[in-house]
Design a protein around this ligand. Structure first.
Ligand code: SF4
Length: 702
């Protein structure tokens, strides 16, 4: 039998077609790209093509465990429910927290969010998506009044100028990169500009690469705003009719780097390159700005997003084919999490706690007895509160914060101190499960069932195609067991995943009347069969837009009170930590082509380890020569937090005094190699997103 599902390895959200063996316990007999899925049209990258090899074969968690001993689900649920009840009675609702993941499905997210925010009374619901796109969310909300990605993937092919900022899409979003490369090959006049301190594989198709000083991106877009005025390409009608705050944004841009020479100095790039960028920007109405973690993972990530959006608003390059500011998420379901309110500073269905009337609306819909009334703690603050003892029970789902969060030693201290650590995972052994008091067997890809939303707002089914192994159960089911034990039977008696999706869809339309962007109320009566066969579709999906919505803001109306988008004045700032005599290098971090997150799954596939088999540190030849570091030799890299050993890769792809290390590995050379352990917990104050791309360190030959 053949079936369709969605790849779980990045925010592109490619469709996958599988053939299931006659005996489904034997798994899949073939896997290929789904040519009917609009995201990938049949193509898959190396991670997607090797999905079968990444299915967890060994070390699968098949039974709940309490302190390492196998127990029944009912015992585990009793234990958790009792501890949460006691803890909340003694210390209040905020003594509990969920730490979720962009890997879990929208329905799981929905139930977790409802349980915590409506029934326990805490908004301590955060996620590893905080590390991925939180700055983009705040940037969109400041500008549009809503967390709305305006574009579609086809805009990447329809534009005449694509500016890729802080993204190595060739490795991190390979199918999108292939689509872009194919469009450029077909229309060689299409220009691609890459703005990135590193010369990555993405630069292979670039007409211009600006290897800017790390963190200086906002100045480039302030410059383009000024250039738009100088060259008279402002869309004055659009600015007047559909926006507010333009004069202040322009004034801010003028104040800091008023001319090209100042910008070139701040960003450490050639004036001629800026002139070229300006010319293409001014000459090309169909421009897409494509940005990712290089923008978001910054102490001023939100400002960088708004600097980009300002330029698009000023020139009316939004809500049109081949134009717009397009944030690309890293994780397969970072978007779905946002939709249900799976961030501590969101309520539900793209409503915030501060949205007038929203708390009451959601309370009415959920019939919730204990509504949270204010923002909870974002990821970094959450783990600090665990360490300080304010949070006593944490439930971690499908993520490995002991490798992925910055300052992992702090995370270890926090989990050691926490009174009850519950971890839902499909593996017995990860860095984080080692600290679990209760381990709950979760379903992996191919067994779990629900929906995900990709970077272009497209909801796709990730289907449960193989029979669950052992006692593994869906995350939403596990939450319901605990909720029911706590007496919340009415709100948590779902019998199937489609029932949760219907409720989620109904909430998105509840008392909405076009006030909010996220609306899939068209599905509030979807039957189980229709859900089963649901084809990929871009939200909003409403009775007036039953086929979904490819592009947002075509009418120039935004989700602010007056319907106008806001310009935000941007004062470009350098990253928090600047190099010192003791720590003279800047460490940038990121992903490699064939690995995913902390390698808990892709690390088990021999074919994916072949590409790059061990962690490394890219160092510029000039620095290597000064330090007497040979290519392939082992070096010690140290920050104020930690030291670790990595293999040196001498490369002119990094700037002098800049280093790059991938984030995936945990152990090497008989010691830990967790690169995040070097990174301090500096965050953007607005988004709470850590500055994972900028730590100051030292290096020495070993
Ligand atoms: Fe999967 Fe992303 Fe590769 Fe598509 S591009 S196959 S979603 S990892």
């Amino acid at each position: 039998m053949t079936a369709k599902t969605t790849c779980p390895y990045c925010g592109v959200g490619c469709g996958v077609k599988v053939t299931i063996a006659d005996d489904p316990s034997k798994g899949f007999t073939s896997l290929e790209g789904d040519d009917s899925h609009p995201a990938n049209l049949g193509k898959l990258c190396v991670k997607g093509s090797n999905l079968v090899a990444t299915l967890v074969q060994e070390d699968r968690l098949l039974q709940p465990k309490i302190h390492g001993k196998d127990v029944l689900w009912q015992d585990a649920a009793d234990h958790i429910a009792e501890k949460i009840t006691q803890t909340i009675a003694q210390y209040g609702p905020d003594s509990f927290a969920f730490y979720l993941s962009g890997q879990i499905l929208t329905e799981d997210y929905y139930v977790a969010n409802k349980f915590a925010k409506g029934f326990l009374g805490t908004a301590n619901v955060d996620t590893n998506s905080r590390l991925c796109m939180a700055s983009a969310v705040v940037g969109y909300k400041r500008a549009f009044g809503s967390d709305t990605v305006p574009c579609s993937y086809e805009d990447l092919e329809l534009c005449d100028l694509l500016i890729m900022i802080g993204s190595n899409a060739a490795w991190t979003h390979p199918i999108l990169f292939q689509r872009i490369a194919a469009a450029k090959a077909k229309r060689p006049n299409m220009k691609v500009v890459v703005i990135d301190p590193r010369k990555t594989a993405t630069c292979d198709i670039a007409d211009l690469h600006l290897a800017i000083a790390p963190g200086s991106d906002a100045a480039i877009f302030n410059f383009l705003l000024l250039e738009s005025q100088r060259h008279q390409i402002l869309d004055t009608h659009y600015i007047k009719q559909h926006t507010k705050g333009f004069a202040n944004a322009l004034w801010a841009a003028q104040k800091h780097q008023p001319n090209r020479a100042e910008v070139a100095k701040f960003c450490d790039v050639a004036e001629t390159d800026l002139a070229q960028l300006s010319q293409w920007w001014c000459d090309t109405p169909k421009t897409v700005s494509f940005y990712s973690q290089g923008i978001n993972q910054s102490s001023s990530g939100v400002d960088k997003c708004n600097a980009i959006i300002n330029c698009h608003l000023a020139t009316g390059r939004i809500g049109k084919e081949g134009a717009g500011p397009f944030s690309i998420t890293g994780q397969p379901n970072a978007m779905g999490g946002r939709e249900v309110g799976g961030l501590a500073n969101q309520l539900a269905a793209h409503m915030d706690f501060a949205t007038p009337g929203a708390i009451e609306t959601v309370q009415r819909f959920w019939q919730a007895p204990n509504m949270a009334t204010e923002n909870g703690l974002k990821a970094i603050d959450m783990f600090q509160a665990i360490e300080s003892g304010k949070i006593k029970v944490v439930w971690i789902m499908s993520t490995n914060p002991l490798v992925s969060l910055p300052d992992t030693e702090q995370v270890r201290r926090a989990l050691e101190k926490c009174e009850l650590v519950i971890v839902s995972d499909c593996k017995v052994h990860t860095d984080t499960t080692a600290y679990a008091d209760v381990l709950l067997p979760a379903l992996p890809w191919s067994e779990k069932d629900g929906t995900v939303t990709n970077s272009e707002r497209r909801i796709s089914r990730q289907r449960g195609l193989l029979p669950p192994l052992g006692q593994a159960m869906p995350d939403w089911w596990a939450i319901c067991q605990v909720a029911q034990k706590m007496g919340y039977r009415a709100g948590f008696s779902y019998r199937s995943v489609d029932q949760i999706f219907r409720e989620h869809a109904a909430l998105s339309g509840f008392e909405n009347n076009g006030k909010r962007d996220f609306d899939i109320s068209y599905f509030n009566q979807i039957s189980a069969d229709e859900y089963e066969t649901l084809a990929p579709i871009q939200w909003p999906v409403t009775p007036t837009r039953p086929k979904g919505t490819a592009r947002m803001f075509e009418d120039g109306k935004f989700f602010t009170k007056d319907g106008k988008a806001s310009f935000i004045p941007i004062y470009p700032e350098k990253p928090v930590a600047q190099t010192t005599h003791e720590f003279p290098f800047i460490l940038n971090t990121g992903r490699v082509r064939d690995q995913w997150h902390t390698m808990t799954r892709t690390g088990d596939a021999a074919i994916l380890v072949k590409h790059i088999s061990e962690p490394y540190l890219e160092i510029h030849p000039e620095d290597a020569a000064k330090l007497n570091v040979q290519d392939n030799s082992v070096v010690e890299v140290s920050s104020a937090l930690q030291s670790l050993k990595l293999r040196a890769k001498v490369s002119d792809q990094v700037r002098p005094q800049n280093l790059f290390a991938p984030i995936h590995w945990t152990r090497q050379f008989a010691s830990q190699s967790i690169v995040s352990s070097l990174i301090p917990q500096a965050c953007d104050v607005l988004s709470g997103q850590p500055e994972s791309k900028h730590a100051i360190v030292n290096v020495k030959a070993v």
